[in-house]
Design a protein. Structure first.
Lengths: 248, 247
């Protein structure tokens, strides 16, 4: 199963400590890695189909990027293939534009039903995987919702999109979605672990799907409650701003 | 009644198109003004006890500041003469540091009972309702986060606003922001939002000024609230209204 990582702060941070730990603790994911962030308003993604951890060592480029990437929001993904090929193109995160902004997306979970989704919009993502199709599905939903923008909060549209996604294409979805200002996180399987104010890692808000967290500190486990379709989080700056169950 | 203005954008923006319109539309409030914004995580506030509009012109400093200030979030307040305050120190926005952030706060409304609130950490001695409301909200959120650190900022604010309405019934509308997120609360009147047509992903403008600020009222969307026992909280970050919750 792939794993996800996010750092969010109100000012620029590097994840020089937590990103390598994320890669080490998620080293069973052997099918690629990626790091995404924003420079000014433009998304930047560096990714690879190589193993993030091999022969007892972290991938050199991953290590270097972990030291150098400096941004208020950093997303990372390490991949264990459940859909699609093993190459740079299928590694996460992915980037698409909608809602007048560029978005970075990373997904963890199996959702084979959505592999058949054919987006009516361009551009499409080159990757042939459930994750790529799920991102296109969300993009397409938001494109159709543009006329509602002036009077509909973003969360209402995202909730509708997720409910439709789960109805039409049931599956496991842990996902991160960021426009460089906020991070939306959704989980309907496994969990997210969150830590604020770490004394051992970066003093930002850290989020991961790694079950034991990335340090021996008090990571808060967040998972969908019974009866809900999933759990939706909104993160801005170094704060958890909103946490809501996705209800049918 | 005092009037409120806020602008939120994904990146540093000036509100030079909208702040002068705000001043013009709120020109009856001749008793002082303030503009607050963020620079590298720090709060900056420029305020004055002079009228916002005199001799057919918007206050010179206000106009210049409107052109120059660039920030992801800008909050402005124009004070009503009925507020009974003349000192510059009691002009808004107000600021304080709590929950790991510098916050800007500006308020309009009538809640005389709120003067009875005694904070363990008073912001100022002035008999200013806005200060008491800010203290109440700050203390309440800090208490909530200390007791339930796993809860979200929204949950802390919603619980606190509910308490505010129960303990000190009145008319409240306020904007409260740190460097990345803006909360708007109201239980009376309305807050209007505006996405500049042609660039909806760039910024969002909010105001309490009736009808909005521009000549295209159709682009303004109103969030009215008539029942004083219940309120609404809007969460804004970047160019978007992210959430609308009912308290």
């Amino acid at each position: 199963m792939c794993d996800l990582f996010a750092l969010s702060a109100s000012h620029h941070f590097t994840a020089a400590t937590s990103l390598p730990l994320f890669a080490v603790r998620g080293r069973k994911n052997v099918h690629g890695w990626g790091i995404g962030f924003f420079r000014q308003r433009l998304p930047v993604v560096e990714k690879s189909g190589d193993q993030v951890f091999a022969d007892g060592r972290l991938h050199v480029s991953f290590q270097r990027l972990a030291r150098v990437v400096n941004s208020p929001i950093i997303l990372a993904h390490i991949r264990y293939k459940s859909s699609g090929e093993v190459d740079d193109c299928h590694a996460h995160p992915f980037v698409l534009d909608f809602w007048g902004q560029s978005w970075i997306f990373a997904h963890n979970g199996k959702a084979p039903a959505i592999e058949l989704y054919a987006s009516p919009n361009t551009p499409g993502l080159e990757a042939t995987s459930d994750s790529a199709r799920a991102f296109e599905f969300l993009r397409d939903f938001f494109l159709n919702a543009v006329p509602r923008r002036p009077h509909t909060p973003f969360v209402a549209i995202l909730q509708e999109a997720l409910i439709l996604l789960l109805q039409r294409y049931p599956g496991e979805y842990n996902l991160l979605l960021s426009n460089g200002q906020v991070i939306w996180a959704f989980t309907n399987h496994r969990q997210f672990l969150m830590l604020k104010g770490s004394e051992k890692l970066e003093d930002a808000l850290l989020l991961t799907t790694i079950e034991e967290g990335l340090s021996s500190e008090n990571w808060q486990r967040m998972a969908a409650r019974e009866g809900s379709l999933g759990l939706l989080l909104l993160i801005a700056g170094g704060d958890l701003v909103l946490m809501e169950d996705l209800l049918p | 009644m005092c009037e409120l203005f806020a602008m939120s954008a994904g990146y540093h923006y000036t509100a030079q198109e909208y702040l002068p319109l705000f001043a013009d539309k709120a020109r009856d409030n001749m008793s002082g003004w303030g503009i607050g914004f963020f620079r590298e995580g720090q709060v900056h506030i420029e305020k004055s006890c002079e009228g916002i509009y005199a001799g057919g012109h918007v206050h010179d400093s206000f106009q210049r500041l409107a052109r120059v200030i660039g920030s992801r979030i800008i909050i402005s307040h124009i004070r009503c003469p009925k507020s009974g305050h003349e000192a510059e120190s009691s002009a808004q926005p107000l600021t304080d540091f709590f929950l790991d952030h510098h916050w800007l706060f500006s308020f309009t409304g009538e809640a005389p009972n709120c003067h009875a609130y005694e904070s363990p950490r008073p912001l100022m001695r002035d008999r200013l309702v806005a200060a008491r409301v800010f203290e109440f909200v700050r203390d309440g959120m800090a208490e909530q986060q200390a007791a339930w650190p796993e809860n979200s900022l929204y949950q802390a604010l919603a619980v606190t606003c509910k308490k505010l309405l129960r303990q000190y019934p009145g008319e409240y509308a306020f904007f409260m922001a740190n460097e990345t997120v803006l909360f708007a609360f109201l239980n009376h009147g309305e807050i209007l939002t505006y996405h500049p047509p042609g660039a909806p992903g760039e910024s969002i403008v909010l105001t309490t000024v009736e009808g909005g600020l521009t000549r295209d009222p159709g682009f303004w969307h109103a969030y009215p609230n008539e029942n004083l026992d219940h309120g609404q909280i809007l969460i804004i970050s970047g160019a978007d209204l992210l959430y609308l919750g009912h308290v």
